[in-house]
Design a binder for this molecule. Structure first.
Ligand code: CP
Length: 316
């Protein structure tokens, strides 16, 4: 199919075919990252602005490098030290930067819907790099890319691309934009999705809203899953109020080597990062043979190149 979107705001609005088009485009860009000269001219003359109002290591650097590998000019804006501290609004900030002649905003913001607001109020392409507890579409896409690649599902029909695979997303689902993007994308590609963790962090209503299963029984989840995507407990969003203490959380819901003996031998472990080592996952598992965590980061480059290429370069 021919890509027509100027923005990537969430995975909820994408069709299975659109998700697969991004994944297939990313597969072709992955080869570029393996070259000694890691650069193609696809976005030469375009300007991509990283507009980050929340902290980031992976997403901000991955987007900046991806844009540079496509030969775009890049600008990195962080709210600290900017005129936001003098009371300037998000829209005024964006419109002023747009007036400098830029083509795309990659935005991370604590407010759900902030990217959608920029898409309405500016003429630039807008890519959501995480908006509050709503969505983190490129993280969802790179997770799905990693699963599809690992289980060699590249050639399937879009709606059946991940059929037969069970993906469990474990941990702080309540506060997780990563869980929401994964659930939307995985379900559209035919995977079975289980949201798992303590009832306080995985309320049944979230599963109902996303159309996926919920389980609070870790032994059941261990038996069923081909993929464990462990999520960080978001202490900065006060997630620590939802369970008695980190030691109890690790003992009852954390992934460790003993617990993983009950899992399928071929099951893999993912984590979007940053990791609370020893809480949602032990260091041994995070660095162990089942872990594909650094492959996720590597694949994030190809996925973000694909998203920038399609939204900023291909038709716009
Ligand atoms: N996975 C992720 O979004 O990491 P950062 O917060 O470091 O960007």
């Amino acid at each position: 199919m021919a890509w027509t979107r100027k923005h990537l705001l969430d995975l909820e609005e994408l069709s299975a075919a659109e998700i697969v088009e991004i994944l297939d485009t990313a597969a072709s860009f992955k080869e570029v990252s393996g070259r000694s000269v890691k650069k193609v001219p696809a976005l030469r003359g375009r300007v991509v602005v990283n507009l980050f109002f929340e902290s980031s290591t992976r997403t901000s650097n991955s987007f900046a490098l991806s844009a540079q590998r496509l030969s775009a000019d890049t600008l990195s804006f962080t709210s600290s030290g900017s005129s936001v501290s003098k009371g300037e609004t998000l829209i005024d900030t964006a419109k002023n930067i747009e007036a400098m002649g830029v083509d795309a905003f990659v935005i991370r913001h604590s407010a759900p819907g902030a990217p959608h607001l920029l898409a309405r109020h500016t003429g630039c392409s807008v890519i959501n790099a995480g908006d509050g507890c709503h969505e983190h579409p490129t993280q969802g896409l790179l997770d799905i890319f990693t699963i599809r690649e690992h289980f060699k599902r590249e050639k399937s029909e879009p709606e059946k691309a991940l059929k037969g695979l069970t993906v469990s997303i474990l941990g702080d689902i309540r506060h997780s934009r990563v869980a929401r993007s994964n659930a939307h994308g995985l379900r559209k590609l035919g995977a079975r999705v289980i949201l798992a963790g303590p009832p306080t962090l995985v309320p049944a209503a979230i599963g109902q809203a996303l159309g996926v299963e919920v389980s609070h029984d870790i032994d059941y989840v261990l038996k069923e899953s081909d993929v464990f995507n462990c999520l960080r407990i978001q202490f900065e969003r006060k997630a620590g109020r939802f369970f008695p203490g980190v030691r109890e959380y690790a003992a009852i819901y954390g992934l460790n080597e003993e617990r993983m003996k009950k899992a399928k031998p071929e099951a893999i472990i993912m984590h979007p990062g940053p990791i609370n080592r020893g809480i949602e996952i032990t260091p041994e598992l995070a660095d162990g043979t089942r872990s594909v965590i650094l492959h996720q980061v590597e694949n994030g480059m190809a996925v973000r190149m694909a998203v920038l290429y399609l939204c900023v370069g291909a038709n716009n």
